[in-house]
Design a protein around this ligand. Sequence first.
Ligand SMILES: C[S@@+](CC[C@H](N)C(=O)[O-])C[C@H]1O[C@@H](n2cnc3c(N)ncnc32)[C@H](O)[C@@H]1O
Length: 399
Amino acid sequence: MSGENSIEQLKSLGDGRFEITFAIADDMLFDIDLQLQLFCVASGQELQSIHIRQAGWDVAWLPRGRYVAEVDAGSVTLPTTGARPKALLWDQTNNKPRLLSALESGTPITEGRIAVPDRLQKPSWSLRSLDGLALEDLSWNRGHDDWFFKHFDHAARVIVNLMLADNELLKGRVLDVGCGDGMTDLGVFLRCRPREFVGIDPSRRFDLLDEVAARNHIPDDWKRDPALRFEPFDANALPFDDDHFDVVLSWGSFEHIVGGYAQSLREIRRVLKPGGLLFAHPGLFYGEYGNHLGEFFDDPWIHLKLPPEELEKRVKATPPDYMDRGGEFASPDDYWQWYTELNPITVTDFEKELRDLGFEPWRVALRTSNLVEYTPELQQYGFEQLANTELYVSAWNRK
Ligand SMILES: C[S@@+](CC[C@H](N)C(=O)[O-])C[C@H]1O[C@@H](n2cnc3c(N)ncnc32)[C@H](O)[C@@H]1O
């Protein structure tokens, strides 16, 4: 399909309902919003302005194609002179909303009232594809239970929009250290379109990315883009020149680098340009998700309560409650091996290590547990260790 991202048609269906037909011409649009406005014909005053996002929709992306949204504008009293509807299509609504197209209907609506008079009616929306795409299958409709959503949508947005604030450096050269299956990388790459994006991970799980992306209805244009590539490199010995990258990312990987991550942090600093940005989300060993054994136990601090031999016995004897990991299934022995390799990262230590290396914190976000219940075995651990569940940091490389 060629052409523009545009609203093609806005039609009144009566009773306060409208149909908005729009076309997406780019491979994909991200963080989309649709808006319907109603203006008084006589005064030009805005009577109603409703957004699909306000109605609880999170349209994180749509691929190229044509779509129809139907909207019930909810309770609004129309002036006798009538109202003129206008539809607007936005993207990049997380940080930098961009108006892509707007269309005003030439025909005003003249019914005295467009919602049922004896009840309050909230705006509601529906969306369908005109090309047969099953929108219920898209990651943003499945939400946080879905592995692809957690990476392609959630992780990419935390990195790009929240922690790096859509910084221009994301258009330069970007490295992801410990990229795993590459879903987050694809999400960041398609959102930012950097000059170069390299994901590295010795596990080579990124080899499955083509298949996973196709299953998730991501248009395959990215496969032909040489700017994105994956390599099985080791974080401890990065085969890149000094000062090569503008941004280095690492999501959930520092805790997994066998033998500690001090060397990989030094390598990251070396390959990052002066003034470059680091984003890090290191797993916190003592926190709620710290043992990475959630598939086996409900008690998040069980690794701090049981003797190691007992923990091992239970892991190896329990069939894991498999979560969707993009189609990969590990054995209890694998889980145990990964557990024994974990680095016991804490917020305080990680901050000190970053500062000692010359990183200057820019943004920090911490998530904490709702409640930590101290048992005798936990008394030896501090509040900060147990209550912090997730740490996100962005920092400038000051050389
Ligand atoms: C929990 S996974 C996270 C992967 C990905 N970032 C994600 O969010 O799905 C941790 C990853 O760190 C990788 N890793 C471990 N040691 C590494 C090393 N020395 N160099 C690069 N990656 C490493 C593992 O192979 C694994 O894929």
